[in-house]
Design a protein. Structure first.
Lengths: 202, 218
């Protein structure tokens, strides 16, 4: 009996250790390289960048992914930064796609590679209010390609402006739905406002 | 206008001013608004942040554009004034969301004082899913200032946050998460911060101590 209890204790300890390690997974592949300061930033290039992040998953507070079109760790618990899975969250994807600086007073163009683990200082609500030197609010009716719609809790970028009132939105939506392009009606949703990035060069 | 479009002298001047204004550690004598900083005797080197319950507050100013349709016009608003920080906290009618406005200097110069940030937190079964870290504000000496929510444990009367040379105490009010601030443990590059938090009961007896690791998200 004593041996059984001892083995049980060891087993429980080991299972706890592997559980903790399981939450330090994808980020082991990520890096903290400096961003590359760019003189240009086109909406076409931003579309390509966000499009390439499709299928790479969603991670609350994240901003690191590869390009294998698979979410390495889907369906983590919601709103847990410690799960360290693949993908950005909505504001992290926007931050990287819009080539922003981690310093909110800087409005230059900073290219972040996919595996550079960076989220940026802004939440969806910050974007919604146009906070940060590179960001501003725009009228929803004029929001165009790679402008965005943001609410208090979510932001998605306009990939293609569609007919019939909606838009094709590229967004990191949730653990279960990942990062993808979805048809959304944020443009007519009163919870959402239009936001944009200063400094497009084309 | 962002720093990237400014010429060199202005940021250099800001750095020099910040360096000249930096204060050392030690228990401060005053809160941000100039009133004397009281101490809670059982907690050595403590400073009690002032708090009050407002029946109404102009929450529009700091939560521009936020969806507040679920917030009652007479919702209680908790205002806190600490050594370097100033915030208000309120909740939606059904308690599913908690809002905070964070005070300080907006380094981008886009928001008029006193507010430099605002957050919205989602609650599930009465608890916040995420501490809603905010790292965009600076204090009056232009040093980074981080704000986050702390959920009080049962019987908690005070939330203590270790600062440089003292413990800042925030009282638990109106059953809301407590908005705390710190100038320590901030990693701006990665939008993260670590808060050294100790929770005390109303008499100042220690209940629980933890390192709250928070990241900007969502």
């Amino acid at each position: 009996m004593r041996a059984f209890v001892a083995m049980l204790g060891i087993g429980l300890t080991l299972s706890a250790v592997s559980g903790a390690q399981a939450y330090h997974r994808f980020w082991a592949n990520c890096n903290y390289d400096a961003a590359t300061f760019m003189t240009t930033m086109t909406r076409d290039a931003a579309q390509d960048y966000a499009n390439a992040a499709r299928y790479e998953g969603y991670q609350w507070g994240g901003g690191c992914w590869n390009y294998d079109d698979v979410d390495s760790y889907p369906n983590d618990p919601p709103e847990q930064t410690g799960t360290h899975g693949e993908g950005g969250d909505c504001s992290g994807l926007t931050f990287k796609t819009w080539r922003e600086s981690t310093d909110g007073s800087r409005d230059g163009r900073y290219y972040w590679r996919a595996l550079r683990n960076v989220h940026g200082p802004y939440t969806a609500a910050d974007f919604r209010a146009g906070y940060g030197a590179p960001n501003h609010t725009v009228a929803k009716s004029t929001a165009g390609v790679m402008d965005a719609f943001a609410s208090s809790t979510h932001i998605g970028m306009v990939f293609v402006r569609s007919l019939y009132g909606g838009d094709q939105i590229v967004e990191a939506k949730c653990e279960a739905c990942g990062t993808n392009i979805f048809y959304r009606t944020y443009r007519s949703d009163s919870a959402y406002g239009g936001v944009g990035r200063w400094g497009w060069t084309g | 206008m962002g720093l990237d479009r400014l010429t060199l002298p202005v940021p250099v001047l800001a750095v020099c001013l910040a360096a000249a204004c930096s204060s050392g550690g030690g228990r401060p004598a005053h809160l941000l608004d100039g009133r004397p900083a009281p101490e809670l005797r059982p907690v050595r080197n403590s400073v009690i942040a002032a708090s009050r319950l407002l029946e109404r507050a102009d929450v529009q100013v700091c939560q521009a554009g936020a969806d507040r349709t679920g917030v009652a016009s007479d919702a209680p608003v908790v205002e806190r004034t600490g050594v370097d920080d100033h915030s208000i906290t309120f909740a939606s009618r059904d308690g599913s969301r908690v809002y905070a406005c964070d005070g300080g200097i907006d380094p981008a110069g886009e928001r008029a004082p006193p507010w430099c940030g605002g957050v919205v937190g989602e609650r599930e079964r009465g608890r916040l899913l995420d501490p809603r870290l905010d790292v965009v504000c600076h204090d009056r000496q232009h040093r980074p200032l981080a704000y986050a929510f702390v959920e009080p444990v049962a019987r908690a009367g005070w939330i203590g946050v270790r600062q440089d040379g003292f413990v800042e105490l925030y009282d638990v009010v109106a059953g809301l998460p407590v908005r705390v601030a710190s100038r320590r443990g901030i990693d701006l590059e990665n939008a993260r911060a670590v808060f050294d938090v100790t929770q005390y009961d109303a008499a100042g007896r220690e209940l629980v101590r933890e390192e709250l690791e928070a990241a900007v998200a969502g």
